[in-house]
Design a binder for this molecule. Structure first.
Ligand SMILES: [Zn+2]
Length: 281
């Protein structure tokens, strides 16, 4: 799934292409695409896009008008939001389309059959309503003191903490692996038990890894492939750690894989997940 850097760079590209464009119509091409009921998308007709930005992994298309109105787009795993000059009747994977006064269009597509990508139209402050209301602050905006406070309020494994959008928004599987490797912290370290030096390293690693990914993504014309994103451990299981030369190991879960370097992160220990084996006894 695209994480904060990919979504941010993509929002910047869409902002350059669509800011100022006046909406003439929004249409859901799939029944599951529009996730909100009120207001009706018809209220956007005649309004201009003032900016395209993001909150965490979600794209925000802000509209002009007396009251704040925002289309919020969640790409999920396989969603894509692209200029649509062809405007074909039944685009492959088509979920929703915005059409503009100048003849241009923007198309949301989703690969696969899950149909989890979607669009909300929200009135007022988008941060206070679904789907943004449960999000923590964007990861790259969290200061050292704020991070320490969020960590202290939880008692959970760091890898899960970093991916939990309620704690901080925007990080996913790749960045969680990369941040913990860069910070030399175990994926299983407990959030409440980090010392000051460990919190310093975690904070610095969040900033540097988001920046590295963002710099890479800004060189592209469209959302990049996960495989091509800069990484030291993610996608590198079985390879040599670029820092110490030890072999990168993994822990496999159904929906994601933790990749880590034992020498850099766990004092050489091999991690085994005992949360599932407990239930097997
Ligand atoms: Zn290493």
């Amino acid at each position: 799934m695209p994480e904060l850097p990919e979504v941010r760079a993509h929002a910047e590209r869409l902002d350059a292409s669509f800011s100022g464009a006046v909406i003439t119509g929004f249409r859901a091409l799939h029944i599951a695409a529009l996730k909100s009921f009120d207001p009706s998308p018809d209220v956007a007709n005649g309004l201009a896009v003032t900016s395209v930005g993001h909150r965490g992994k979600l794209i925000l298309i802000r509209l002009s008008g007396p009251d704040p109105l925002t289309f919020v787009v969640h790409l999920m795993q396989g969603g894509r939001l692209r200029p649509d000059p062809k405007k074909s009747k039944r685009p492959r994977g088509g979920m929703a389309r915005w059409e503009f006064e100048d003849g241009g269009a923007l198309l949301l597509t989703e690969a696969g059959t899950e149909h989890r990508a979607g669009v909300w139209l929200v009135a007022g402050d988008p941060d206070s309503v679904e789907p943004l209301d449960h999000l923590g602050p964007d990861a790259h905006t969290v200061g050292r003191t704020q991070l320490a406070a969020i960590l202290a309020g939880e008692s959970e494994r760091l890898h899960g903490f970093l991916r939990n959008q309620r704690r901080m928004a925007g990080l996913g599987r790749l960045l969680a692996n990369e941040i913990l490797h860069s910070a030399r912290l175990s994926p299983f370290a407990n959030t409440a038990r980090l010392d000051d030096d460990e919190i310093d390293r975690l904070h610095a690693a969040i900033g540097s890894k988001v920046t590295t990914s963002l710099d890479h993504e800004r060189t592209l014309d469209d959302l990049g492939r996960s495989r091509d994103r800069p990484s030291d451990v993610h996608h590198r299981i079985g390879e040599d750690c670029p820092v110490c030369g030890d072999t990168i190991l993994s822990i496999e879960y159904r929906r994601y894989t933790i990749a880590y370097c034992p020498t850099c992160q766990t004092d050489g220990r091999k991690l085994a997940d005992n949360t599932t084996s407990k239930f097997l006894k």
